[in-house]
Design a protein around this ligand. Sequence first.
Ligand code: PDD
Length: 287
Amino acid sequence: MTRIVYVNGAYKRYTEAAVHAEDRGFQFADSIYEVIDVLDGRLVDATRHLARLDRSLNELSIPPPMSNAALLRVIAQVIRRNRIRDGIVYIQVTRGAGPRDFALPPLGTLPTLVVLARAQRKGWAAELAETGIAVKTIPDNRWGRCDIKTVMLLPAVLAKDEARRTGAKEAWFIDAQGHVTEGASSNAWIVTADGTLVTHPLDRQILPGVTRATVMDAAKAEGLNVEERSFSVREVLSAREAFVTSATNIVMPVVKIDGAPVGDGRPGPLARRLRLRFHHIAEFSAG
Ligand code: PDD
């Protein structure tokens, strides 16, 4: 349960935590965010998440609300005040509040910062990974800067809803060339017949996933071959395995795409191996 939320300098009770009615995050989605996993009271890959937060702010010229050292202290307080051992931390920064205007607000407008934490039952993702998930393909109708982690998530919300209505847990976005870009809230991977791991290259079509980067480190440490290139839905159907990566799912096997089995229709050995390796490779830091 979330009890306390940090909003702009104060720790508020959950029911009272609020931002301004004219916050630009609310009106324009002029805002970025991060989700960091908390395991045994420690932050997973905080350095990479905060580096991406800095990058997102920088790409949109939103001034950082505080230093990363100060932000880490706020995150630690939020974890402590909510007594989180296992769960997530959600960090959101907006360009601030002011009378609604498409023009950027005057210099000196203070960004809005919200930090909240939520407990999640330890082991839920590991249990789900035992059976794997189904995905549904959806045309990628997002904007041209999916590399920035903005809260402009309506395409992802609608895609996931459509996926869920067909019994799939995740949507895989398909670009105009018929290639899988990424999941609605995860990066997409396949394992080819010769055992090569394939995932979309880092460009403006996908989010540079932190888990993607750490899984890549894990794959290299395991001596696996990784190719960063696009792959088609047809390639998924002839793949040996498929999986998604994200901070909360870590490595989640994909066993079905649009109702058709992937590989033998069961979680594959490489996804399992990478899932097990992940926490040996990821950075853990005090929360
Ligand atoms: N989503 N791609 C998209 C579009 C995402 O929204 C996410 C994360 C990822 C995976 O990134 P990472 O490995 O850094 O979590 C890829 C988060 C978890 C969310 O929105 O809840």
